[in-house]
Design a protein around this ligand. Structure first.
Ligand SMILES: [Zn+2]
Length: 215
């Protein structure tokens, strides 16, 4: 279990902003470069001091510190979307501190990972999706959303993501925004704690983007 975690941290600390041609990177900035989309993956073509050229945009030069290395196997991949109970029939995804109709690409949080943010949290303090939504407990590997598939094959060594400082519908201190299936599996196999990255809502607030509704 430990080796998996150390691996993740080594990747993060090894090279941030220091790239070589051919590296895959995610864009961590906002509107500094309007042609780039936050959280999207690009390829470094050339390194020019603190600047880089991207294969996809050969004309531009970009500040390398607005990028971080990307590995498909070592990266938060999902999205979360905040919505109201009225809209979804669920309570879980409305984060009052963010409001309705926002989405967060979890990959954008890759660059926030650090040794300090990785913690062992008591699962009783975590609001996790299937428990809040369906009343599922750790007595079963079954999950109504995926027929248990995602619980059974959840990778326990990979840390989930918790938000601190939000108002949860169950009153739990932490909100799991990634890793709910892992939490169910951990409980099933007798764990009382989950190793997760914990971010305060104020750290991640700016990474939520307004959801453009499709009609
Ligand atoms: Zn499920």
């Amino acid at each position: 279990m430990i080796s998996g975690v150390i691996h993740v941290l080594e990747l993060d600390m090894r090279r941030h902003g220091l790239f070589e041609p051919g590296d895959c990177v995610t864009y961590d900035g906002f509107h500094q470069y309007p042609e780039l989309l936050g959280g999207d993956v690009y390829v470094i073509d050339e390194v020019l001091g603190d600047m880089v050229r991207l294969h996809e945009f050969p004309e531009g030069k970009y500040d390398s510190y607005l990028f971080s290395e990307y590995y498909s196997g070592d990266s938060f991949q999902h999205y979360i979307t905040t919505a109201s109970e009225e809209e979804t029939g669920e309570t879980h995804w409305l984060i009052p501190e963010i409001g309705e109709g926002y989405t967060l690409r979890l990959r954008r949080l890759n660059c926030l990972r650090s040794e300090e943010s990785l913690k062992d949290i008591d699962i009783s303090e975590i609001q996790w999706n299937q428990n809040e939504k369906y009343g599922v407990t750790g007595e079963t590997l079954h999950c109504p959303c995926c027929n248990g598939e995602r619980v059974l094959y959840a990778e326990l060594q990979y840390p989930g993501i918790l938000l601190d400082g939000t108002t949860t519908s169950t009153g739990c201190r932490y909100l799991a925004i990634d890793g709910s299936h892992r939490i169910q599996k951990l409980l099933y196999y007798g764990s009382k704690t989950a190793r997760c990255y914990v971010f305060h809502i104020d750290e991640v607030r700016n990474y939520f983007e307004k959801l453009i509704k499709e009609h």
